[in-house]
Design a protein around this ligand. Structure first.
Ligand code: PGA
Length: 249
């Protein structure tokens, strides 16, 4: 069976001491052991957080990495660097990266390639803005994001990826996709995987939901057959809420 994953994207939040306190609380909490917990702090804290997390089953990820291998790219972090300090997962194409840093599908495909070369697991994010949903163009848009950013991979490579569906209108807004809307899109993504890679591979890939997921709605979202966990923003900044979400399976 595919992995259940609950990943906390801390975004650009928490100073050093708050970050250490948060990971310590998460590690000290008891969590449903059928769920892989992933914390995704600002990269500057990965090393230390990984050391604390290594006493537990919690794994660590990064929020971004460069499409380049190494060299004169001021301010960037390579996949190899991120790997060398203990991260296992890396977000690719979060909507905030797409919107504020102009990351497009072509660059995201290159980032995915760098991550796989370095044995890191990409969490490939896709999602539509409200306008696209209102125009009923959301299925086309998700298909395009996956075709251009992820579906160049071969069968072995895609098996090392996780997909996160995050409707942009639900991120940080308090508005969650309904359980039905989440399942509908996750099932659609699974059908794209089936068409491209076949049933066995499609059924082995975890598809996470993200967008105002919290303890009060996680159970209903996770009850869907094609929702394999969550990518959690705001609620992952609080250990009690984050663990409650993970325990909603
Ligand atoms: P949110 O963010 O849970 O705060 O809506 C989700 C995300 O951006 O990954």
């Amino acid at each position: 069976m595919r992995k259940k994953i609950v990943a906390g994207n801390w975004k650009m939040n928490k100073n050093h001491s708050d970050a250490i306190e948060l990971i310590t609380r998460i590690v000290d909490s008891s969590c449903n052991d059928s769920v892989q917990l992933v914390v995704i702090p600002p990269s500057i804290y990965i090393s230390e957080i990984e050391e604390i997390a290594s006493e537990s089953d919690v794994t660590v990820g990064a929020q971004n990495s460069s499409q380049y291998e190494s060299g004169a790219y001021t301010g960037e972090l390579s996949a190899a660097m991120i790997k060398s300090i203990g991260a296992k997962y890396v977000l690719v194409g979060h909507s905030e990266r797409r919107e504020y840093f102009n990351e497009q599908n072509g660059v995201l495909a290159e980032k995915v390639n760098q991550l796989l070369k370095n044995d890191l697991t990409p969490i490939f994010c896709c999602g539509e803005v409200l306008e696209e949903r209102e125009k009923e163009n959301h299925f086309n848009l998700i298909e395009e994001q996956l075709n251009e950013g992820l579906f160049h991979l071969d069968e072995t490579q895609i098996l090392n990826c996780v997909i996160a569906y995050e409707p942009v209108w639900a991120i940080g807004t308090g508005v969650t996709a309904s359980s039905g809307q989440a399942q509908e899109m996750h099932q659609f993504i699974r059908s794209l995987l089936i068409n491209k890679y076949g049933e066995n591979i499609a059924n082995a890939i975890s598809i996470l939901y993200g967008g105002s997921c919290k303890p009060s709605n996680a159970k209903e979202l996770f009850a869907n057959p094609d929702v394999d966990g969550g990518l959690i923003g705001g609620a992952s900044l609080n250990a009690v809420d984050f663990i409650a979400i993970a325990n909603s399976f």
